[in-house]
Design a protein around this ligand. Structure first.
Ligand SMILES: Cc1cc2nc3c(=O)[nH]c(=O)nc-3n(C[C@H](O)[C@H](O)[C@H](O)COP(=O)(O)OP(=O)(O)OC[C@H]3O[C@@H](n4cnc5c(N)ncnc54)[C@H](O)[C@@H]3O)c2cc1C
Length: 408
């Protein structure tokens, strides 16, 4: 770890999954970095039950986590590979299955607890001499100057840097202090999360059913249970959260079309109101936003943190390939140009899916059914969709590509 420095190349505010990944990439490249994190996760212990917050980590994100030396730390703790994905529509015969084998891949991704990813990344930061983790401290003030920034912490300390990165989530304080705007989109839905035991084994498959009130996903965990994300309209979610255990399990089994049989056990439940949005702009002189601070989307395709990881990979790559001042607009605009289009495309796609599956217009179930049947039979189209889910379609930041050891 760096000694008690007060001057850095970059201050990253938010040591969550995305901010910590950026700091690891920058630290590995020799940049001096301070990471300010308001709340550290409780230490992971193998005997702990699964946390309710999990993410489906795709292949591109896995490559980034491998390149920053964190993937082994994640696997050592706890991660569950899933090999298939089965998606079906509650209002039509539409159904489609994606299998890793069709892509010549060992799996389609991993279900990992958010706290596991964060802890493994923070452990990596501890090993990097040029990175200093400051926690638990919040950021209170931000002064933007021509040549640098001054970040004021909750304990009164001040950090100088040439660039500050807001990786502090959807309610970003850095975005607010820097006077950057955000368009907010209330989806009118709440995502209910819980860990459940199903009568029928999940077969390392992610199951997703589109209901008129929102999508329901079962994400397979390593111990045979599943982590659910059940998005429902506000009033329906409130009703579901208020049910007693037996009634909730019964409602869940029926909502899943009994594909996984009865729900024989369910953990405590939590609800997350779903609000999407995007920042305008992502950058200004000496400030960049990444992850949920820059954009947040509906979790229906499990893409939020994966997009954030690509922001981190892109920004680290842009800073690494330039000899210029890292806070200059010439450098930062390259990051925004590369990421905004990608993120907007994914946001529009998710919005399209949400409206397509949420609408009750008379012909739409038929259209969905036909569309899913067709997609299942047209291999190039199916492979294209799978490549998108894996994060391997189109251009990717170099840090999100497989690492090839030059010595081998
Ligand atoms: C129910 C649900 C399911 C989801 N499932 C998936 C999925 O399967 N796959 C997927 O890719 N995405 C998923 N997402 C989205 C994903 O959780 C987010 O995109 C991701 O957490 C964003 O990471 P982040 O690091 O940008 O922000 P956060 O996770 O919000 O981290 C921000 C960090 O900044 C810190 N912080 C905040 N303010 C300050 C401050 N002022 N000073 C210092 N530190 C501060 C916080 O303590 C936190 O550690 C899901 C979201 C929901 C709601």
């Amino acid at each position: 770890m760096a000694s008690d420095l007060k001057e850095f190349d970059v201050v990253v505010v938010g040591g969550g999954m995305v901010g910590a990944a950026l700091a690891a990439a920058l630290g590995q490249a020799g940049r001096s970095v301070a990471v300010v994190e308001a709340r550290l996760p409780p230490a992971f212990r193998a005997e702990d039950d699964y946390d309710l917050r999990v993410s489906a980590v795709n292949r591109a994100s896995q490559h980034l986590l491998e390149r920053v030396g964190t993937w082994p730390g994640i696997i050592e703790r706890r991660a569950s590979a899933y090999r298939c994905m089965r998606v079906w529509d509650a209002c039509s015969a539409g159904e489609i299955e994606f299998d890793a084998v069709e892509m010549g891949e060992p799996d389609l991704g991993h279900i990992v607890e958010n706290r596991v990813i964060q802890e493994a990344l923070l452990e990596r930061l501890e090993q990097l001499d040029s990175v200093r983790l400051l926690a638990p401290f919040g950021v209170e003030t931000l002064e933007l100057g021509e040549r640098g920034v001054c970040v004021g912490l909750s304990d009164g300390r001040e950090l100088q840097a040439r660039l500050v990165v807001g990786a502090d989530g959807a309610r970003s304080r850095i975005r607010e202090l820097a006077g950057m705007q955000r368009s907010a989109r209330d989806y009118g839905q709440t995502a209910i999360v819980a860990t459940v035991t199903t009568e029928v084994p999940h077969e390392s498959t992610a199951w997703q059913r589109f209901l008129p009130t929102g999508p329901l996903a079962f994400l397979p965990l390593g111990d045979g249970r599943s982590s659910i994300v059940w998005s429902a309209t506000g009033t329906e979610a409130e009703r579901l959260l208020g049910l007693d255990d037996a009634d909730f399990r019964h409602a869940l089994a029926r909502a899943a079309d009994l594909r996984l049989g009865r729900i024989t056990a369910c953990s405590k439940r939590a609800g997350f109101p779903l609000v999407g949005g995007q920042s305008y702009p992502y950058v200004r002189a000496r400030v960049a936003l990444i992850g949920d601070a820059a954009h947040s989307i509906h979790p229906l395709a499990g893409q939020g943190v994966n997009l954030g990881f690509m922001d981190a990979a892109e920004l680290a790559g842009v800073l690494d390939s330039s000899f210029r001042d890292p806070g200059s607009m010439l450098v930062l605009r390259r990051y925004e140009r590369a990421r905004r289009g990608e993120n907007e495309t994914m946001m529009r796609l998710m919005e399209g899916f949400r409206l397509l599956f949420g609408s009750q217009l008379p012909l739409l179930p038929w259209v969905r059914g036909r569309g899913m049947a067709l997609t299942g039979t047209v291999q190039p189209l199916k492979r294209h969709l799978m490549a998108h889910a894996l994060g391997t379609a189109g251009r990717r930041p170099e840090l999100a590509t497989p690492f090839v050891d030059p010595v081998r």
